[in-house]
Write a protein that binds this ligand. Structure first.
Ligand code: GDP
Length: 193
């Protein structure tokens, strides 16, 4: 299917949050996990989402409308940037919490995980937070063009166990396009729930 992605809204503060009637799937992940590259890959555009030379710079929530399906992909600010101040971190957490809580249109969160790293503390914290809110997690292992197949398979089963899911995490590469179709199908499936 020929899909298009269009940036329709950017927000920086809790008071700018608004209720949309469309289904939403959020994209979350640590800074530098490859989130902007993934959005650009899905959009088929090189520069839609900024590929950050300075990680941790994007502090906004970006709403992308996916057509013709009609749902939103909501790009959340990357977390865990080491040089980010405590105040800044607390602000991030408050904005994300305000967005996620009491949002019946949020159908799932695609959590991006670096396929070169073992499960990281902040990723585990986010996934257990989502579980406590009852929000489904779509795990995506990014930069999957890098590790060996055997290592990818090991990480996949590790995450499956942590998340208690039957389905293996999507192996995704913005570089090669690996996993792109699979991810689209999953997003569409969850957006219709
Ligand atoms: P963000 O901070 O999560 O938005 O991450 P970016 O999309 O800016 O990517 C961070 C770095 O990882 C950049 O240097 C990208 O070129 C690199 N990167 C992103 N996706 C991939 C991928 O699929 N494969 C490889 N090998 N590198 C990637």
């Amino acid at each position: 299917m020929n899909r298009t992605i269009e940036l329709v809204k950017t927000i920086y503060e809790i008071k700018q949050l608004e209720d949309f009637s469309e289904a939403q799937i959020a994209l979350a992940g640590r800074s530098n996990v490859g989130k902007s590259s993934l959005v650009n890959r899905l959009a088929g555009q090189k520069k839609l989402a900024k590929i950050s030379s300075k990680p941790g710079k994007t502090r906004s929530l970006n709403y992308y409308k996916v057509n013709p399906d009609g749902y939103f992909l909501v790009d959340l600010p990357g977390y865990g940037y080491a040089k980010c101040s405590k105040t800044e971190r607390a602000k991030w957490a408050k904005l994300i919490e305000a967005y996620m809580r009491d949002n019946p249109q949020l159908k799932a969160v695609a959590v991006l995980l670096d396929s070169r790293l073992s499960p990281q503390k902040l990723d585990l914290e986010l996934t257990s937070y989502l579980r406590s809110l009852g929000i489904p997690v779509i795990p995506v292992l990014t930069k999957a063009d890098k590790p060996k197949q055997r290592e990818l398979a090991k990480l996949q089963s590790q995450w499956q166990e942590i998340l208690q899911q039957d389905r293996a995490p999507v192996l995704f590469s913005s570089k090669t396009g690996k996993g792109e179709e699979k991810l689209w199908n999953l997003l569409c499936e969850f957006a219709q729930l």
